[in-house]
Write a protein that binds this ligand. Structure first.
Ligand code: KG4
Ligand code: ZN
Length: 345
């Protein structure tokens, strides 16, 4: 089956072609236009500007994905587009484009849940092929969502716990803004942390000792703000530039990582699963990958992280998930609407 995937849920305009045969995926092309420059002056994603960029760029991005895959639109079996969660005005662009294309070509269309697609992304790596068909705990950490889920042998997904407030990526992004680092904050904070000491400041590990699988990151962000305010008060001459940004970033990053690792360890123990998968934008974080890998070794489990280029939003995971669902009979009607609200449905 040849599938075109389209992703426009936030600030990445992406299209990809994936071939799916006998339970295996082959990535034929992956094209992404990022919007970092558009949103940088505002310190965060501006929905109207994201939508304008999607409208302007999507046709060329889709054309390139088809060209790089070396196929004509008529050869496609399915067009899959992100249905939600995400920014509703942004989602509508890719979802409507996908429906129109499917309708004109007389092909099947499928609206795909963005979170389920992130959860499928680790299986698209070379190592993922070895660990398919095994019961796994997935830690999904992105800008909009943070959750733990149990994935069974048939990729059925059951949520085990989620964040009660901010997502891990949001916690990275807000902290980066507080420290005067540019948008997108997560990767910049991670770079700043490389030259800092993770034990320089003592930030909380929220809800780590509580016997459930939920997260809360808003208090951590407040702890950082209070620490920065104290540093400024202690030395009124402290400007943004002379804050100990590297130490603050490293300590803050470690608090997030320790919390995620602790909850993932609990999920492995609670479920008895012997595979931990990692997905979502924050999964690109080197420290998180290293500490999770160490923990899974300690637990006698396997660790499977999505390839770095499939961690942040992409259309490969949308095409791959569309293929998987279509192969067991799913399609969407042309009357389907986007579904921006958070969740796995
Ligand atoms: O999955 P994603 O592309 O979008 C959503 O579905 O939300 O995730 C984007 C998030 C942003 O918050 C970004 O700052 C964060 O992932 N991120 C990182 C890193 N790379 C991206 N956070 C920490 N360290 C990184 N290296
Ligand atoms: Zn995402």
């Amino acid at each position: 089956m040849l599938v075109l995937g389209i992703e426009t849920s936030c600030d990445d305009t992406a299209a990809a072609v994936v071939r799916y045969t006998s339970g295996a995926w082959q990535i034929r092309s992956a094209v992404r236009a990022v919007q970092d420059e558009t949103h940088r002056p505002y310190g965060g994603v501006v929905p109207e500007l994201a939508t304008r960029d999607h409208v302007n760029r999507l046709p060329a991005v889709v054309e390139r994905a088809l060209a790089e895959a070396g196929i004509s639109p008529q050869q496609l079996d399915l067009i899959a587009a992100t249905r939600g969660p995400g920014l509703s005005v942004a989602l509508v662009v890719g979802h409507t484009f996908g429906k129109c294309l499917a309708s004109v070509l007389g092909k099947a269309f499928l609206g795909v849940n963005h979170l389920r697609a992130h959860i499928i992304s680790p299986y698209l790596s070379a190592r993922g092929a070895e660990l398919r068909g095994r019961r796994a705990v997935c830690l999904l950490v992105s800008g909009g969502h943070t959750l733990l889920a149990l994935v069974d042998e048939h990729y059925n997904i059951q949520q085990l716990g989620a964040t009660r407030d901010d997502a891990a990526g949001e916690a990275f992004d807000k902290a980066a803004r507080l420290l005067g680092l540019p948008h997108p904050g997560g990767p910049h904070l991670a770079v700043a942390a490389e030259s800092g000491r993770p034990d320089a400041f003592d930030f909380p590990r929220p809800m780590l000792s509580e016997p459930h699988l939920e997260f809360s990151f808003s208090g951590l962000k407040t702890a950082l703000r209070v620490t920065v305010e104290k540093l400024r008060k202690a030395n009124p001459c402290v400007s943004e530039l002379s804050l100990p940004v590297a130490d603050l970033a490293a300590s803050y990053q470690q608090a997030i990582v320790d919390t995620l690792v602790g909850k993932a360890r609990r999920a492995l123990r609670d479920t008895g699963a012997r595979v931990l998968t990692l997905a979502g934008g924050v999964a690109a974080n080197i420290r998180l990958r290293a500490d999770l890998e160490k923990m899974t070794v300690e637990e006698g489990a396997h660790f499977l992280a999505a390839d770095p280029d499939l961690c942040t939003d992409n259309a490969v995971m949308i095409a791959a998930t569309g293929a998987l669902l279509h192969s067991v009979g799913h399609t969407s009607p042309m009357t389907e609407e986007v579904c921006p609200r958070p969740g796995l449905d």
